[in-house]
Ligand binder design. Structure first.
Ligand code: SF4
Length: 303
């Protein structure tokens, strides 16, 4: 028999999907949250809130312990053979230890951050842990899995091409994908929260258009500006990760956002760029002189 498994992110769409499943009386087998280690603390708190209101959540995390051990071997053998300096090798070995934070460990192992062109993070930090730690045990005990995914066509041109149901082959097993809110508009999503008395993730009242990795490698200029002025600790954390991942890299440097001459290199430089007007050379005085509003929502949640 196929078991219904819902993937949630702590964002508005997956919360609405969970509420829809409850409204329909669906036989929910499991609700799963893939912890990337790079979420905002408010999102972790929000997942706890959902659990207290709606039901248990299984949290899964990718583990890179074995791959980091292999990377240490590569550094000690192949890097040396390739003539990499002993200083770089020594620094890399010092930081190449599993930290237990999936995002950081993935980047230490790869010696780089993901990018829009090499977006290995979604596969490694979300899809694979969900498939291997939530779906695989169900399938291996003889049942099938229907994976509920909170994707909406309005989110992007690529998502507009998706179908409501699809059979897919995962990293270990095949399963069925079900996208029940594919045709929904964003207003439907918030209406669902209101109907059930569930507050949306508070980040939507703090200027965020999306929740999830904080920041995401795909963050736009304005999003990064908003993140940096409201949540400087997240920028500080990523700046420290840049230092560590740089040490684990053969080139001895690594930046969170792909290097671009107009933006600068490290995340702190990119944050400075996010304060500039179009053209990227002069500060946007409206932006930098603006007080941070207590409530600001791109979805009209403050009205
Ligand atoms: S939210 Fe962004 S950074 Fe996080 S896994 Fe997805 S694409 Fe990668």
């Amino acid at each position: 028999m196929a078991k219904q498994v819902l993937s949630i992110s702590g964002g508005k769409d997956s919360t609405a999907m969970w509420l829809l499943a409850l409204e329909r009386g669906a036989d929910i087998h499991q609700v799963v949250f893939a912890d990337t280690g790079h979420e905002h603390p408010i999102t972790y708190g929000y997942v706890d809130y959902l659990e207290s209101k709606l039901g248990p959540v299984k949290r899964v995390k990718a583990d890179f312990t074995n791959r980091i051990a292999h990377k240490r071997w590569v550094v000690q053998t192949k890097w040396r053979k390739d003539g990499v300096s002993e200083d770089i090798i020594e620094s890399a070995l010092e930081v190449l230890q599993p930290t237990g934070n999936p995002f950081l460990d993935l980047c230490l192992y790869k010696g780089r951050f993901p990018s829009t062109k090499a977006r290995f993070c979604t596969q490694e930090l979300k899809l694979e842990p969900i498939e291997t730690k939530a779906f695989a045990p169900i399938i291996e005990s003889g049942d099938g899995v229907v994976s509920w995914q909170a994707i909406r066509k309005q989110e992007s041109a690529a998502r507009a091409m998706l179908t409501e149901r699809e059979h897919t082959i995962g990293v270990v097993h095949a399963y069925e994908v079900y996208r029940p809110i594919l045709e929904w508009a964003v207003d439907d999503v918030f209406a669902m929260h209101r109907r059930h008395g569930i507050m949306p993730n508070p980040l939507y009242e703090q200027g965020m258009s999306r929740v999830g990795c904080m920041p995401c490698i795909n963050s736009r200029k304005d999003e990064l500006f908003e993140i940096a002025r409201r949540f400087p600790a997240e920028i500080g954390r990523v700046a420290e990760w840049e230092r560590l991942v740089g040490l684990a890299s053969k080139r001895a440097e690594s930046s969170f956002f792909k290097h671009d001459d107009t933006m600068g290199e490290g995340i702190r430089e990119v944050v400075e760029w996010s304060k500039t007007a179009r053209g990227g050379k002069q500060y946007d005085l409206f932006k930098i002189n603006d007080d941070v509003p207590m409530c600001s929502s791109l979805y009209g949640l403050c009205e």
